[in-house]
Ligand binder design. Structure first.
Ligand code: SIN
Ligand code: MN
Length: 223
């Protein structure tokens, strides 16, 4: 980066972290972020409350609420059988359209975008101390891309390789409004969140504290 022009002046550049793994900083505007934060509060009121999933005997440090299909380690179902048994909310039409827009943005391919039909979203809420260990998103029966949106506090996000959870990996800072898509040869890359940076959420995003991450996915399941 040139020292003449600062990041705040030029904006953060788009980056390809691997084949099919594209990071688009500041993709959502402040108004869109605030609108999604309002939806996030609605989702939290039910029919299935956010919960910290249990992996083995440990609770994850994020709270998750799902749309379309409910995720539990390591399967999807329409009903949240590990929470209160209620059926999760429908996958919203606006989110389908947003997912298609994200694929168009990152691939430039209108046909790919029009055919992208995510049917589940995992909405994770991170507090100051939340982390997410290196993992693959592999409970889906589809190789379609994952679309990730971040709102609120910045986090350190680690994007690795498809073989194991160790090096080589790339560390980036995902900030409020950032889009990250991973598909193609990167679809099964290990990834995780090493830390949240408290107090970094811009006031205009509408989230007072913490971080929201939404990942849209195609489950490949049918009822
Ligand atoms: C996830 O891996 O499912 C979430 C990633 C993120 O919070 O950015
Ligand atoms: Mn993941």
């Amino acid at each position: 980066m040139s020292t003449l022009f600062s990041e705040s002046f030029l904006g953060r550049p788009r980056r390809e972290l691997g084949p099919g793994a594209i990071w688009v900083p500041d993709w959502l505007g402040a108004q869109e972020q605030r609108w999604i934060v309002e939806r996030f509060h609605e989702w939290g009121r039910g029919p299935v409350p956010p919960r910290a999933a249990t992996i083995g005997s440990a609770h994850m440090s994020v709270q998750t609420v799902c749309l379309g299909w409910h995720w539990r380690p390591y399967a999807y179902s329409r009903e949240a059988i590990d929470v209160n048994g209620n059926r999760v909310l429908e996958f919203p039409d606006w989110m389908l359209r947003l997912g298609r827009k994200a694929i168009l943005e990152t691939t430039g391919d209108p046909l790919l975008a029009a055919n992208y039909t995510p049917d589940t979203a995992l909405v994770n809420y991170y507090t100051d101390d939340s982390k997410m260990g290196m993992h693959q998103d592999r409970d889906e029966h589809s190789s379609q891309p994952v679309v990730s949106l971040s709102i609120g506090d910045t986090c350190h996000f680690r994007f690795g390789n498809t073989n194991n959870r160790n090096k080589p990996f790339t560390d980036i800072s995902l900030a409020s409004g950032d889009l990250f898509v991973f598909g193609g040869p990167s679809r099964l890359a290990y990834h995780g969140v090493t830390r949240v940076l408290p107090g970094t959420a811009p006031a205009e995003c509408g989230l007072g504290s913490g971080r929201i991450n939404i990942t849209m996915r195609v489950t490949g399941l049918s009822d």
